[in-house]
Design a binder for this molecule. Sequence first.
Ligand SMILES: Nc1nc2c(c(=O)[nH]1)N[C@H]1C(S)=C(S)[C@@H](COP(=O)(O)OP(=O)(O)OC[C@H]3O[C@@H](n4cnc5c(=O)[nH]c(N)nc54)[C@H](O)[C@@H]3O)O[C@H]1N2
Ligand SMILES: Nc1nc2c(c(=O)[nH]1)N[C@H]1C(S)=C(S)[C@@H](COP(=O)(O)OP(=O)(O)OC[C@H]3O[C@@H](n4cnc5c(=O)[nH]c(N)nc54)[C@H](O)[C@@H]3O)O[C@H]1N2
Ligand code: SF4
Ligand SMILES: [Mo]
Length: 728
Amino acid sequence: MAVRVVHKTCNLCEAMCGLRIAVDGDQVGRIEGDPEDPLSRGALCPKAIALREIQDDPDRLKQPLRRRGGDFEEVSWEEALAETAERLAAIEAHHGKDAVATYLGNPGAHSLGVLLALPLLAGVIDTRNRCSASSLDQNPKHASSILLFGNFLNIPIPDVDRTDFLLVLGANPVVSGGSLMSAPGMRRRLRALRERGGKLVVVDPRRSETAQLADQHLYIRPGMDGLLLAALVHTVLDEKLGRDSAAAASCAGRETLARAVAPLSPEAVETSLGIPAGRVRALARAFAAAPSAVCYGRVGTCQHPFGTLCSWLIDVLNLLTGNLDRAGGAMFPKPTADLAAVANWRGSPGHMSRWRSRVRGAPCFNGELPTACLAEEITTPGPGQVRGLLSIAGNPVLSAPSGAALGRALQELEFFAAVDFYLNETTRHAQLILPPSWSLEHDSYELLFHGFEVRNTARYSPVVVPPGPGQRDDFEILAELALRLAEHQQTRAWKRAALRLLRQRSLVPGPRRILDTLLRLGPYGDGFRPWRRGLRLAELEAHPSGLDLGPLAPRLAEVLVTVGKQIDLAPAEILAELRRLQEAQGNSEPGGLVLIGRREMRTNNSWLHNTRLATKGRERCTLQVHPEDARRLGLGTGARVRITSRVGALEVPLELSSDLLPGVVSLPHGWGHHGAGLRMRIAEAHPGVSCNDLVDGGVLEPVVGNAIFNGVPVELAAAETGESKQSE
Ligand SMILES: Nc1nc2c(c(=O)[nH]1)N[C@H]1C(S)=C(S)[C@@H](COP(=O)(O)OP(=O)(O)OC[C@H]3O[C@@H](n4cnc5c(=O)[nH]c(N)nc54)[C@H](O)[C@@H]3O)O[C@H]1N2
Ligand SMILES: Nc1nc2c(c(=O)[nH]1)N[C@H]1C(S)=C(S)[C@@H](COP(=O)(O)OP(=O)(O)OC[C@H]3O[C@@H](n4cnc5c(=O)[nH]c(N)nc54)[C@H](O)[C@@H]3O)O[C@H]1N2
Ligand code: SF4
Ligand SMILES: [Mo]
């Protein structure tokens, strides 16, 4: 059979590289970057190969599994779906709505099927115990957008291709591919920035791969970014470095903000921050004076004790210097399917914490329970106790703080179903696993991430290889579950019958129809007016390399949905955080060792480890320690070290690295493939340890309840044994 080439957007990370995949029959062959993709222009990273490895992975589940004793048995889809709906409905009926929790993991945000089925599911699983990877990741960014612009999805994105000055805090886009800044080929883009005379400044406790490309790298002690950002904003206000702009004209509360940051001048914070005041002032002046500039912060400033404050100060620094909503600054993309507009239309543009968690009273931001609270909500008796869980595309046992404790809590659930194609550290605790087809086996569109890209583009991906017999995609599984749950909840016979008919006749529109509708109703669509030309799915299909919709253009006036279209520079939440920052500065103790994370090119959170790509060659799950610290502690090269935090202890191989700020050690997350009953043979042979067994889930960022993964106080000692060890 002739080899076909199928165009596909890589869905592994937010870079959304356009790929060309050679297919011979059902066999996936060569994978290369698509030079005609308007966003990625041929860029890709080594992880693209993993698409093929996962396609061919014999450990990937294709048939539902049901727990039987200590093992699993294959069951039919009918049995699996019927039982899942029945058990979840029974828990809800007996113990109330909040007794069922849900967890949505990161790949769900890349899955068209998951995203389109979520509103259906949310309609039937009406619980306060809804969790997701967002509270491990970007909720502080959403909070900043709610506070400033009124909608959690309108996030200003660095216009990296046109800026003259990029200030990066707590992100390593050269390796991560960029996040809330879809910008494939970041290395090339940053080189282009410097070639056109622009400047790159990186603030990071580690000389990261991005810092290595920078004009200036400022080392920062983890958790100190609030001080730096407040001092920058202070300097801009104090020295009147701001610039007029339409955005600045919409602001209220400037004087209150100036008063709130007054005690946080570069001079006042110098000792705690560890960066000379003169350098901070010089940075503020250079940033403000650049023809265009943009400050960008990601997980390093979100998984942070002051995550919301940092994210907000970053947006405000851009705003005050006239860099919000203008070319080369921070801009709002205009996606084909405008989910922010849909959220406005549905009356759900996002909200700050409206209630607190049952057990510890943590803030539940934007309708979600912090994932770090899930374990205690399962194990603590009382009204509202979680007894059932539906997890979709997530592996929180490895990805959430105090992951080992969550693993133990999952065993106490009355019922747990997971929609996932791996039998991993989380799903092994489920009673039922419902495996969806893999990304290459269904069509796709990055519904969410086109809203966060550095250029407006759109690319639809068709099926690359057909799914095997009986396989179902995420949408089919979740929509069916939603309908079955609705049937159980219905007390009227005729409504139950109507729902059954809908389900049995497959009358619910599928992802293609819904996507087409979203496109037609979106900013480039025909609005269903026959006399108008406009974007439809058919047009995307006619452009397999994607459509170029042009560079980002100003649209603040259009996206702003705050009262009176005003931007409040002094919201109560932020003023309180500035006071807390000031107090924390007074109490800051001179540091012992602290732990930070690390992402590496060949891994993606916890779930690419069952590939040769992620596991061949040198060991990646190592603890990096600065040579000075190692010498002081008497730890030699090649040694194994015991690392202890307040909540756990691990033994790991040591790797010396002078890229770290002394006093900071680094361990990647997503490893730790130990435990009975896993079905990931390659990962199990290269298990590593889970750094989240050291991260303390008891301490959360107070505004949105985000997890704090970095800056964990730890102690090191020579290991007692020769093997990587992890408590179960
Ligand atoms: N210490 C530390 N911990 C962290 C982080 C950190 O920086 N440091 N980062 C955090 C961040 S940013 C994130 S986003 C989270 C990620 O946390 P999670 O999303 O909970 O974890 P993942 O490892 O991404 O697991 C994804 C799961 O989805 C499954 N999957 C993959 N594709 C699909 C699909 O198409 N459909 C379905 N149904 N399932 C699929 C995989 O098999 C895997 O089990 O981790 C967080 N944890
Ligand atoms: N290869 C690979 N790519 C990925 C992923 C992956 O696991 N592997 N995960 C994907 C996901 S889910 C996400 S959310 C994105 C994240 O993408 P990024 O936000 O770029 O994430 P990281 O690469 O972890 O970069 C965070 C940086 O913050 C630094 N840091 C840690 N603590 C602090 C601090 O207190 N202050 C400052 N200023 N810096 C600090 C770290 O040293 C690190 O360099 O990456 C995505 N892409
Ligand atoms: S950077 Fe790598 S993982 Fe991310 S989309 Fe591109 S090819 Fe895929
Ligand atoms: Mo993430």
